[in-house]
Design a binder for this molecule. Sequence first.
Ligand code: PYC
Length: 317
Amino acid sequence: MAGSVSRALRVVDSHTEGEPTRVVLEGCPDLGAGPIAQRRALLREKYDWVRRACCLEPRGADAWVGGVLVPPHDASAEFGIIYFNNVGYLNMCIHGTIGLVATLAHLRRIGPGAHRIDTPVGVVTGTLHEDGRVTVANVPSYRHQTRVRVVVPGYGPVTGDIAWGGNWFFLIEGGPIPVDTSRIAELTEFTCAVKDTLAQQKITGRDGSEIDHIEVFAPGRPGHSDSRNFVLCPGSAYDRSPCGTGTSAKLACLHADGKLSPGTPWRQAGILDTVFEGRVRLENGALIPEVAGRAWITAESTLLLSADDPFAEGIVL
Ligand code: PYC
């Protein structure tokens, strides 16, 4: 047997409507007690190996989202979480939060009811229902710009809305490629080209933030969903779930267009045809999306890092 184990991460894995989440329970170095955004900066600067070990091969894969469970900073919250993926750190993640709530329930650390969770962009609430479904009340969401037109090399003019749903999204209604599982490679190529064009043209979210998620919408199937999407995540993997922060951004746009009133359900299917049910409510003038879905636990394990393993911290190309 090759060299001795020098580091270990205790994790629980789950998938939310197809999209995987790996929650780190033990083994991450102490990140202190500051605001979660500050702890995320520390994780990025000093302990990025945790992210790489969780999300990169040989232990992870491109679609994985991981999160380190930490004590909250906000006194009203029970838990804190820092999300990351194959290329960096996320602001918020709703499929991840549904997975986190399922993980905490699996570990018998929570029961049914509402649980406040501190994230780098604010406190969200994960409600565990008796039947195992989870509803996440997200951070306030809004449309930032309407009908932004860009000319995408190889595709021509593309029009989309820029909206915040806990991450920044460019939302394209229609688009040149059908939203179908048989077209995933072409959808990936198209959305990568849109993302590159936005970056080149310095089209950003508020405060110059990078638009790192691209979402394409098509009509849903009657009786099943109102809409079906394909979502490109930072790192170029596509979201296997309907993307909760993307659904939040979409709900904000629908509400801004007068097409969705508070409390009305919106069934958002993802590329695998699994569904998140969303709705909005207004709270002190802010629009709060609520997104509901299901997660399943897939593994409880300990990731082992050996001192002499050339890929202990993941394969970085
Ligand atoms: O569900 O919010 C989400 C999400 C973001 C990135 C991947 N999933």
